[in-house]
Design a protein around this ligand. Structure first.
Ligand code: IMP
Ligand code: MG
Length: 187
């Protein structure tokens, strides 16, 4: 059975994703161009791996790239509450302008935690660039640091989505589009 046959509905196609990533990268390139230090892109593993790869290749500034891992989900679709950092940065972000690159912001718990973590490491500003945003599910209204900005690709309706890096039980990350699984597969 092919992976595509697990999907009930496609929400964003590869072309729509590429167009939006191009625009986000252009915006970020403009906004961060006046800083003397190259911005630090920090991808939130594993979900942001494709988005970060696409975004980084379209940003026209010199940037550094690093990953961090925050664990908050079990294998299901419900958050377990407070996240822990299970894999930390390799690069020093002291005095740097950090852009946290995320697949999707849901309750906001993970982002709030990661922003505080970057602040504790001495970042001089923290922006967030998330491909999807589900504002209807927000529980934590996180604040960006200093003159940081919030970038988002698309507002996502309240579905559990997979593809373009996002998983259900660690599967479907490699789908080149974003979709909703058939209900019988969410078990
Ligand atoms: P938050 O802490 O509730 O904002 O959750 C953020 C994390 O939950 C994201 O980084 C995703 O990894 C995961 N997540 C939230 N919603 C979805 C979804 O619809 N599909 C896949 N992963 C999701
Ligand atoms: Mg994630």
């Amino acid at each position: 059975m092919s992976l595509d046959s697990h999907i009930e509905r496609v929400l964003w196609t590869p072309d729509q994703i590429a167009t939006r990533v191009f625009d986000l990268a252009a915006q970020i390139s403009t906004d961060l161009s006046h800083f003397s230090e190259p911005p630090a892109l920090v991808g939130v593993a594993t979900g942001a791996f494709l988005f970060l790869a696409d975004l980084a290749r379209q940003i026209t500034l010199p940037v550094t790239v690093d990953f961090i891992r925050a664990e908050s989900y079990g294998s299901g679709t419900l958050s377990s509450g407070s996240p822990t950092i299970s894999f930390d940065l390799k690069l020093d972000v002291t005095g740097r302008h950090v852009v946290l690159v995320e697949d999707i912001v849901d309750t906001g718990t993970t982002m709030a935690h990661l922003i505080a973590h970057m602040e504790s490491k001495g970042a001089s500003s923290v922006s967030v660039c998330t491909f999807l945003d589900k504002p209807s599910r927000r529980k934590v209204d996180f604040q960006l640091l200093s003159k940081g900005k919030f970038y988002r690709g698309f507002e996502c309706p309240d579905y559990f989505v997979v593809g373009y890096g996002m998983d259900f039980a660690e599967r479907y990350r490699n789908l080149p589009y974003i979709g909703v699984l058939k209900p019988e597969l969410y078990k």
